[in-house]
Design a protein around this ligand. Structure first.
Ligand code: C2O
Length: 344
């Protein structure tokens, strides 16, 4: 059977690691009509939101994005406002740090085939941002780490004093430092050019060589009743996890906060930009062809999650309704994918 939306009333304390609890509750507000939360209906669109590569946006875009994010931070002063920035981060905490149960078991949306669809819907965040600046075409930028031009923290996130900045990042990885997409905590001693070449090779391996069929790409089956974390797909493993670890402030924070831990990752605005590119990889993977297509398993297609929309209305959504980004109202501004030529 598919994973149903979590029992909202069951949300208890999340934990950072087995012996450490998150000190605050990351439970989302409980809707009044808890038993009749509707399924999401995609509004008829007039114009697609086109997500731009984050390194290439202009100042006008940055100003809008900053304004929307600071409004969201402002709303976050009310801990019960589902549109507040802290609440957005808490969604991730609730779904990933053991706060929810489904059936008898803990719910974990990582390390399984729920990884892609869960985060895809989470990034509905962009609708909230757009509504806060009355711009129904606002689109999140994607952190284009699979292209040499995007292999660093996108500059707009690295300006101190901006609402897009977050203190809790590794200070050695700022100011244009080239990211290592295979980073699990050890700094590599290579030239920038070599790091970029290695990154393209990782991308080829994770998108092409190691992911010729759906389960290898999406992750292992996670139907209701199985233990959490049955095994992750290629992209979740690398580069998704290294980008988190590389960005988080492990030199100064106890648990890699913010980006390096599930409970805190959403407190860094760059999280959503990172996941916009993870989602983009889903489309790019299908575009490679062969057996690279969405899973047909009903337990995947009918799994559900729960969110709030930009009007503060709760909704549920099934995986089957998140398979086509254009139907969901957005697409990506194209960028070349040079890793396709990096067959090792
Ligand atoms: Cu839910 Cu990038 O993690």
């Amino acid at each position: 059977a598919p994973i149903p939306p979590p029992d909202l009333k069951s949300c208890s304390k999340a934990h950072i690691n087995p012996d450490k609890e998150v000190t605050y509750s990351c439970r989302p507000p409980i809707p009044q009509d808890i038993d009749s939360v509707p399924y999401y209906k995609f509004p008829p669109m007039t114009k697609l939101r086109i997500r731009p590569p984050a390194h290439a946006v202009d100042e006008e875009y940055i100003a809008k994005y900053q304004l929307a994010t600071s409004r969201m931070r402002e709303l976050g002063k009310d801990p019960f406002d589902p549109l507040g920035f802290k609440q957005q981060a808490n969604i991730h905490c609730a779904y990933c740090n053991g706060a929810y149960k489904v059936g008898e078991k803990e719910l974990q949306v990582h390390f399984s085939w729920l990884f892609f669809p869960f985060h895809m819907v989470f990034v509905f965040y962009e609708r909230i941002l757009g509504s806060l600046i009355n711009d129904p075409t606002f689109a999140l930028p994607y952190w284009n780490w699979d292209h040499p031009k995007g292999m660093r923290i996108p500059p707009m996130f690295d300006r101190e004093g901006s609402s897009l900045y977050d203190e809790k990042r590794n200070q050695n990885h700022r100011n244009g430092k080239i990211i290592d997409l295979g980073f699990f905590g050890t700094e590599t001693q290579t030239t920038e050019l070599q790091t970029m070449t290695n990154n393209l090779t990782y991308m080829y391996r994770q998108m092409v060589t190691n992911a010729p069929c759906p389960l290898l790409f999406f992750g292992n089956p996670y139907p209701l009743g199985t233990d959490p974390s049955p095994g992750m797909g290629t992209i979740e493993n690398i580069p998704h996890n290294p980008v988190h670890i590389w960005t988080g402030d492990s030199p100064r924070q106890p648990n890699g906060e913010d980006m390096g831990n599930f409970y805190s990752a959403g407190l860094d605005p760059v999280f959503y930009c990172h996941h916009a590119n993870v989602d983009r990889m889903w489309n790019e993977w299908k575009a490679i062809g062969g057996k690279r297509r969405d899973l047909a398993d009903k337990d995947w297609l009918n799994s559900e999650s729960f969110f709030y929309d930009e009007n503060r209305n709760p909704f549920k959504v099934k995986v089957r309704d998140c398979l086509d980004s254009k139907k969901m109202g957005f697409d990506y501004a194209p960028m070349p994918t040079p890793w396709r030529n990096f067959k090792p």
